[in-house]
Design a protein around this ligand. Structure first.
Ligand code: SF4
Length: 212
């Protein structure tokens, strides 16, 4: 089956989603760093970042189709006011049923996405993290609250600036070192942010804390 056909089929109105894991932890990255949150990680991603730290998420068939009503009940039971939906790439699916249900239950719902697929769902916060390996869609520059660019090498700074110029004026801008290259690129990021103070540094603090 062609990839486009497969994605269209996956995005039909759904009562289940392939879920890799769901867990209560601390948001380790970006604008909401340090906030307790219930994370829901969808299975399935075809963006193909070579440094991806969740490659086990890529094959959606390896993750159980999980009832959306059950996901909402589990999030409620966790009693965290914040739910973060990440992946994999959540936008490969129609997120409206899950996000509407979560918000109807009084939960704040945040998204982490590469922006490679049309935006669906109802969100309190969108963290847009574009990748070189699959071009993002224009709507994310206008609708995201936060741009988070992963820095793997020197050329990524200009790439980050190119994306920042397309964002709306209120967007928060973050640079985050790719974990395996942090020792090498962190001094460059510090210097860059000192010279370009519109940017902030995001660290994967959950990895330093050794929590999920
Ligand atoms: Fe991994 Fe995210 Fe890249 Fe997909 S978009 S390959 S999940 S880092």
């Amino acid at each position: 089956m062609k990839v486009s056909t497969l994605v269209e089929e996956r995005r039909l109105a759904r009562t289940t989603l392939p879920i890799m894991e769901a867990f209560h932890t601390i948001q380790g990255e970006g604008y909401h760093t340090g906030t307790p949150a219930y994370f829901i990680r969808t299975g399935g991603c075809d963006v193909g970042c070579h440094w991806c730290d969740v490659k086990e998420s890529w094959d959606s068939s390896k993750h159980p189709e999980t009832d959306i009503a059950q996901l909402i009940a589990n999030a409620r039971a966790c009693e965290s006011p914040l739910v973060v939906i990440t992946g994999g790439e959540p936008m490969m699916y129609d997120m409206a049923p899950l996000t509407t249900g979560l918000r109807e239950n009084g939960l704040n719902v945040h998204l982490e996405t590469s922006g490679a697929y049309e935006l669906t769902g109802d969100w309190d916060w969108i963290c847009f993290s574009p990748k070189k390996f699959k071009a993002p869609l224009q709507e994310y520059y206008e609708r995201s609250h936060e741009l988070k660019v992963i820095i793997y090498n020197r050329s990524d700074f200009q790439w980050a600036q190119d994306h920042a110029f397309k964002m709306h004026a209120d967007a928060k801008l973050f640079l985050q070192p790719e974990w395996s290259k942090a020792d090498e690129v962190m001094p460059l990021i510090v210097q860059f942010v000192k010279e370009n103070p519109v940017w902030r540094i995001s660290l994967q603090t959950h990895k330093f804390l050794n929590i999920p």
